[in-house]
Design a protein around this ligand. Structure first.
Ligand SMILES: O=c1[nH]cnc2c1ncn2[C@@H]1O[C@H](COP(=O)(O)OP(=O)(O)O)[C@@H](O)[C@H]1O
Ligand SMILES: [Ca+2]
Length: 506
């Protein structure tokens, strides 16, 4: 019997409509689930609101104190180069070691910059923000001279720091080794050298009372223990040479030179000084010259109390007088810098900062992209020294007279130290870069390295990395969800639609 097509109509007509509805609902649910999946993945993995951390370090140098405020994203703490310097506050007045006569003032002097730090760090983060003070060569010298006064100065600065709302983590004199090591860590961290296969960069720091040289030498082992440091950073071992020359910062070196000139002269109160400009005159108290352990005795034998320095701006002679403060007569190692201190052959690139930079920058010797050749540096310093003092003063009326009058000596001293002291030849000179800031905003110096170390921000081993970045992860999740929906739709069309189409019902 031929089936009655008409009688079948109502039956076959209602069934597909019901299953189509069900399929539509199913499809809708799947799409909804897929969208929910994507939404969940996005919301779950989107970066948390930016969580910034702060750290404060006070660099209590021999000439003055600087306060640095650093910030970094909390979630990237163990990456390199993520720390920014958000503030540098220059403390007015003397370096803390200069308050030996009135130790309380050392603490009070820091108050203005501590207030400034309170404005920079958001109030709700004051309590968790660590504050460190590291004192360098000025305090090293004061400790050698009078330990109890040095301790009183440290107690006074500690009192000020403790009374601030920040998390006080200590005020101490750091060793010359630490100063060298942290300067080296700072520049290599900021240059990203710890995570690259390229080598590290050496660090040259010139202060007022000490100077540091730090680099990874080719030669092993490092012949003297006290010049040898071992680090394991981001899964790599570093054997680093460092030395800090106490009394060879530029201010103490000038005193060493004057004391040596006095010894060599007829011991008259008038001294012709080739390291100052022609026409420059400075009157110094002899007692000021012999006030610290850099210059041992000698004062008592002098028949006058004041020294009259008269500049004659002679670079070559200045170099010769400076040369006398480097003793190169003995070396108990395979090679030495001066004063019998071990120095392995110089290796790699060097970043020279602090006063190395201030002086070279003043002389316009840091502006060019590639390093200025040694002979050009020498002729620039030579020319500058020969200029009459009144002309120099007239040209730079805004520069502090103390700095301006000493750029001739400082420039000559830098050349003597680097060329004769450390052995930077014409060729090796080209590997020195004079740096004020390493990256855009961060000053080169030991403070950042000190903070990175004390906050454990440089891990010994490589931190585990996620296989995918956040963006690729979300992208992949979206893509997979879309594929899922497409497959479901396709399978629905493949298994159901043909049946309906066959019957011409859709
Ligand atoms: O603008 C400048 N021009 C020249 N020298 C500067 C300038 N600013 C700072 N200095 C010098 O840089 C040196 C900084 O030494 P610091 O006070 O850090 O001593 P330290 O590191 O030996 O303890 C001092 O000799 C200071 O006079
Ligand atoms: Ca310094």
């Amino acid at each position: 019997m031929v089936p009655n097509i008409h009688s079948a109509l109502p039956v076959t007509g209602t069934k597909p409509r019901t299953s189509r509805k069900a399929l539509l609902i199913l499809g809708f649910l799947f799409a909804l689930a897929a969208i929910a999946l994507v939404a969940m993945a996005v919301s779950q993995n989107k970066p948390l609101p930016k969580n910034i951390k702060y750290g404060i370090v006070l660099d209590a140098g021999s000439s003055h104190t600087n306060l640095y405020v650093y910030e970094w994203p909390a979630e990237k703490e163990n990456d390199t180069g993520v720390v920014h310097q958000v503030e540098v506050c220059k403390v007015e007045g003397l370096g803390i070691s200069g308050y030996s006569q009135d130790t309380e003032k050392a603490g009070l002097s820091l108050q203005r910059c501590m207030k400034r730090a309170q404005e920079v760090v958001p109030e709700h983060q004051h309590r968790e923000t660590p504050v460190y003070l590291g004192a360098t060569a000025g305090m090293r010298l004061l400790s050698l001279q009078n330990r109890s006064i040095a301790d009183r100065v440290l107690s006074a600065v500690e009192k000020t720091l403790r009374s601030s709302p920040f998390n006080f983590q200590g005020a101490r004199v750091i060793s010359g080794q630490e100063e060298g090591a942290y300067g080296w860590i700072t520049i290599n961290y900021l240059l990203g050298n710890f995570k690259q296969v390229t080598g590290t960069s050496g660090a040259l720091d010139l202060g007022g009372a000490s100077t540091q040289i730090t680099f990874v030498p080719d030669q092993e082992p490092i012949e003297s223990q006290e010049n040898s440091l071992h680090f394991r950073l981001y899964g790599k071992n570093y054997k680093v040479y460092t030395h800090s020359f106490l009394c060879y910062g530029k201010d103490q070196a000038l005193r060493l030179k004057l004391a040596s000139d006095l010894q060599a002269s007829v011991r008259a109160p008038d001294l012709l000084d080739p390291c100052f400009h022609p026409g420059y005159l400075r009157i110094m108290n002899i007692s000021d010259l012999y006030t610290n352990p850099c210059i041992a005795n000698g004062e008592q034998q002098l028949p006058f109390t004041q020294l009259h320095l008269q500049g004659n701006g002679d670079y070559q002679r200045c170099r010769m007088t400076i040369q006398k403060i480097f003793n190169t007569s003995h070396c108990p190692y395979s090679s030495c810098s001066f004063n019998g201190i071990f120095l392995p052959p110089l290796q790699g690139e060097f970043g020279a900062f602090s006063a190395f930079y201030f002086v070279m920058n003043f002389l316009n010797l840091t502006t060019e992209k590639s390093p200025v050749p040694l002979d050009k540096v020498t002729s620039t310093v030579e020319r500058f020294c020969s200029r009459p003092w009144h002309k120099v003063k007239a040209e730079f009326p805004k520069i502090k007279e103390k700095y301006l009058s000493e750029y001739c000596f400082s420039g000559t001293y830098i050349l003597s130290l680097l060329e004769n002291g450390y052995g930077f030849t014409m060729e090796k000179w080209q590997s020195i870069q004079f740096l004020g800031k390493v990256t855009l905003h961060v000053d080169a110096g030991w403070t950042l390295g000190y903070m990175l170390n004390l906050t454990n921000m440089i891990p010994a081993e490589k931190p585990p990395t996620r296989p995918l970045s956040h963006a690729s992860y979300v992208g992949l999740m979206v893509f997979c969800s879309l594929v899922l929906v497409a497959v479901l739709l396709l399978s629905w069309l493949t298994f159901h639609k043909p049946k309906c189409l066959q019957k011409g019902l859709i």
